[in-house]
Every structure is written in C-alpha cells, then in structure tokens.
Write a protein that binds this ligand. Structure first.
Ligand SMILES: Nc1ncnc2c1ncn2[C@@H]1O[C@H](COP(=O)(O)OP(=O)(O)O)[C@@H](O)[C@H]1O
Ligand SMILES: [Mg+2]
Length: 247
C-alpha cells in the first residue's frame, strides 16, 4: 500500500478532539504553553517535534495521566481534562506509549487482554480483530513479550490499544529505535487502521515518514505550536525542511 494514497480529506464537521490553550507544568518547567490543536474524525494528524518539545506531555495530558494547569480538552463533545484515565479510556481514547510499554515477562495474549480490562465482555471480538490485523501476534500469543522483535512489540502495543475499542488512538513516537524497514511497516499499519476508520494522533521526530502518511501536522517547539498545516504544506515549508527533514 502506498502511504501517499491516503492524502485526501481535509477537516470537515466538528473535531473529535479539540485541545485549547493547554498549559502543563512540571514544577517550574513549563512543558506546554498554551497549545491548541484539533483532530477531526478520520484523520491522521502528526505532532512533529524534537526531544523535549512536549509531545509526550501533550499525549499523556489528553489521556489524563498528566494534569493541565490551564486550558481545556474536548473529546467527542465532552470536556475530559479533569476526568480520570479509566473514564477517558472508556470514552474511547487510547495511548500507545513511547517505548511501547509492553510487559516483557507477560505473554502476548495477557498483554493484549490488559487493553480490554474495562470491557471484558467484548474481549473475544476485539482479540479476533487484532489477530486478524496482526497474524504474527496470534502465532506468538503464548510467548512472553520479551521474545518479540522491536517491530512486533510495537504491533503488540498498538494491538493492546485496539483492545479498548478506541475512537482516537494516540501513538507516541512509534518509530523510535526501529530499523527503517520496520518503521515503514509500522506506518503502513497506522495507515491501514486509519482506512479501517480509526482516527490517529501521533507524535514523531521521524518527520518525513510521519508527514507522508498523515493528513495534517503541527510543529511543536519547546511547548508551543509554531506551525500547522496539511502534510504537503509542512513537507514543503523551508523551516520544517531545515529543522526536521535534514534538507
Ligand atoms: N516527569 C517530568 N518531570 C519533570 N519534567 C518533565 C517530566 N516529563 C517531561 N518533562 C520535561 O518537560 C518537557 C517536555 O518533555 P516531553 O513531553 O517528554 O517532550 P517530548 O516527548 O517531545 O520529548 C521537557 O523539558 C522535559 O524535560
Ligand atoms: Mg516523548
């Protein structure tokens, strides 16, 4: 599947996610300083930013792991920024964390079942879909996760997120630490899931490949959005080229 194939729809209707003027501090460190972004249903949106820009902070604040100091987060027409993580997961937000976050000593199957802990009555249906998308996980379901390759662990982490039947998948730096060919597989999986109807917000330092598969993007620099636009626009922006595309 060509990653460029999906570059179609521009935002229409109301956003699935609206982050407005969001600020987050860790003590005296202002990690996010008034960030506003929107993600519309059916989109892949990428947050481009260097190490320390605030990507993980933004994604973890959307899920509810990290608390904001000001601003708002509206998901599916409801304000969620004061809600606990488990409620946000039930509402349809999931996070595929930086570094995958799989439990190395647990089996593939148990890692996946953790993703459905709030919705166990539907676990078989979701498991079947995940195994359908990731046959390798089915083959290895009884192996402990530490025996998987990096790419397989990333698939497991994405699969675990899918077990919660999300409406919005947050994916934090999926390509980190993976060989280039495996990175292509992971981005192709995200495009495939998007075609299946999932809305995706991902963060990446690997700007070129991420923009190639996303519809739109935001550039995050030291806690502020400095540029936003369609992927084509960002790919052709001289500042983005110089800072993130090695041009
Ligand atoms: N738990 C934490 N405690 C203190 N500072 C943190 C913590 N997490 C992140 N930071 C700081 O917040 C800023 C944004 O970090 P982060 O969101 O991890 O950026 P990114 O994911 O883009 O690399 C950085 O200056 C980082 O050092
Ligand atoms: Mg990060």
């Amino acid at each position: 599947m060509e990653q460029s194939e999906i570059k179609a729809a521009s935002p229409a209707g109301s956003p699935l996610l609206k982050v407005e003027n969001l600020s987050v501090s860790y003590g005296h460190i202002n990690a996010l300083k008034g960030v506003s972004i929107e993600v519309f249903p059916g989109e892949i949106v990428v947050l481009i930013g260097a190490n320390g820009a605030g990507k993980t902070t933004l994604l973890s604040t959307i899920l509810g792991i990290t608390s904001s100091t000001s601003g708002s987060i509206i998901f599916d027409d409801h304000r969620i920024d004061k809600e606990p993580v488990d409620r946000n997961v039930r509402k349809g937000v999931c996070l595929v964390p930086e570094g995958r976050g799989v439990f190395a000593g647990m089996t593939v199957l148990d890692n996946l079942l953790l993703g459905a802990h709030h919705n166990l009555q539907n676990k078989d249906k979701h498991l079947e879909r995940v195994f359908n998308w990731f046959p390798i996980l089915k083959e290895r379901k009884n192996q402990v996760a530490k025996t998987l390759s990096g790419g397989e662990r990333q698939m497991l982490s994405i699969g675990r997120g899918l077990m919660s039947a999300p409406k919005l998948i947050l994916v934090d730096e999926p390509s980190i630490g993976l060989a280039p060919i495996v990175v292509n597989d992971i981005f192709n999986i995200l495009v495939m899931l998007n075609k299946e109807g999932y809305t995706i917000l991902l963060s990446e330092q690997n700007a070129y490949k991420a923009l190639k598969c996303a519809h739109r993007g935001y550039v995050l620099e030291t806690g502020s959005v400095t540029l936003a636009g369609t992927s084509d626009r960002l790919l052709n922006d001289p500042g983005v080229k110089a800072a993130y595309l090695g041009a």
